[in-house]
Design a protein around this ligand. Structure first.
Ligand SMILES: Cc1ncc(COP(=O)(O)O)c(C=O)c1O
Length: 398
């Protein structure tokens, strides 16, 4: 099966009892047993308690695993719950973790503020250069978490080159595939040990569920993740699983439109006078355009760009937009816009933001699936208004 078919058919045969075409929501906390500790056998396995497992959740876990070319999927109450599960399951006091230098602010906060207290050390490196990873590995390095494309600077990491290094040094490699989705990139095929997702984003795609996932092919890792998933208990509930499963059915279709819309807008922004610089992996001006073409099937729906001007110009720009909603998060059907410096990346220190280039005029777009002409004219009129404003201001000063 190809991805568009997997999303709709994997583990989703019509229900045996009534022929329901869609997966039932098994909204139950517990399951009847034949006799003490004798569970009923269903098509997806045996269930006794919904924290340990639930048939609706199992369907989502199976679809996600299959989309990533993995064998085992696990879903959680959020992306952060998935990362916490990973860290509590595989790291101990005294261990060292390597993360990207512009890793998602919430992941940075988790390691910097929480796991540090348990003596788990973390280093932040620029993963655009694989050799930086070899240099950062120490005798106690247990795990590497890489995002590609990164958030919000859309830097790419060469997954194959990096997993060759982590395999050599016996370091577990985790790829956060949230920004690309399995439609654009399948890191397990490139040597990653575990895939991580904030399913809140493209996987669900409708901005109405918060969730996370881990996927692996490794039997030993899978057993450990299952044990900690049940023990910690930050699992996805049946309704959230069902909503995510429904969103997932159109993932391939949505990604096609996200890619197409984003490419057109990135080219438009790059040619506009009010814009200083555009970052989009599908533009020839992206420093890793060649890697993007090699590693990804398409370039995704995220664009970052610097406006000409200052924080005031940025504010004015936002106030003129009609369809781009000022909000955190990404990957939904609706277009969103945000300023990483004060929103998603506020957890970073001002110095770290400055070093990375996360300035007050850096804007991140999550391009939705609306009509491209509407999106383009919305950006165009907002850009015209700020360039006009600055022209009038210059005239007033002159
Ligand atoms: C790349 C990435 N990973 C992980 C997360 C955390 O996921 P969640 O918000 O579902 O907990 C986010 C959230 O924005 C993210 O962008």
């Amino acid at each position: 099966m190809k991805s568009a078919t997997i999303s709709i058919h994997e583990s989703q045969k019509p229900d045996g009892e009534y022929g329901s075409v869609t997966t039932p929501i098994h909204q139950t906390s517990t399951f009847a047993q034949h006799a003490p500790a004798e569970m009923m056998e269903g098509t997806l396995g045996k269930y006794d308690y919904s924290r340990s497992g639930n048939p609706t959740r199992s369907v989502l876990e199976n679809v996600l695993a299959r989309l990533e070319n993995g064998k085992h999927g696990f879903v959680f109450a959020s992306g952060m719950a998935a990362i916490t599960n990973l860290a509590l399951g595989f790291l101990s006091s005294g261990d060292h973790v390597i993360l990207g230098d512009d890793v998602y602010g919430g992941t940075f906060r988790l390691f910097d503020k929480v796991f540090k207290r348990f003596d788990i050390e973390s280093s932040y490196v620029d993963m655009t250069v694989p050799n930086n990873i070899a240099k950062a590995i120490k005798s106690n390095t247990k795990m590497l978490i890489l995002e590609t494309p990164t958030n919000p600077l859309l830097k790419l990491a060469d997954i194959k080159a990096i997993t060759d290094i982590t395999t050599k040094y016996k370091v577990m490699s985790v790829v956060d595939n949230t920004f690309a989705s399995p439609i654009l990139q399948r890191p397990l095929d490139l040597g990653a040990d575990i895939i991580l997702h904030s399913t809140t984003k493209y996987i669900n795609g409708h901005s109405d569920v918060v969730g996370g996932a881990l996927i692996t092919n490794n039997e030993e890792y899978s057993e450990s993740i299952a044990f900690y998933q049940n023990t910690i208990g930050a699992t996805a509930d049946p309704l959230a699983s069902w909503l995510t499963l429904r969103g997932l059915k159109t993932l391939t279709l949505r990604m096609e439109r996200h890619n197409k819309n984003a490419k057109i807008l990135a080219e438009f922004l790059e040619g506009h006078d009010g814009v200083e610089k555009v970052i989009y992996p599908g533009l020839a001006s992206h420093p890793q355009y060649e890697l993007a073409k090699k590693q990804m099937d398409d370039f995704g729906g995220m664009i970052s760009f610097y406006l000409k001007g200052d924080a005031e110009t940025t504010k004015k720009f936002f106030s003129q937009l009609e369809y781009f909603i000022l909000a955190e998060s990404l990957g939904g059907v609706e277009s969103l816009i945000e300023i990483p410096a004060v929103m998603t990346h506020a957890a970073l220190t001002p110095e770290a933001r400055q070093d990375l280039g996360i300035s007050d005029t850096l804007i991140r777009l999550s391009v939705g699936i609306e009509d491209i002409e509407d999106l383009k004219s919305d950006l165009e009129q907002a850009l015209e208004s700020i360039t006009e404003n600055s022209f009038l201001q210059r005239k007033a000063v002159g």
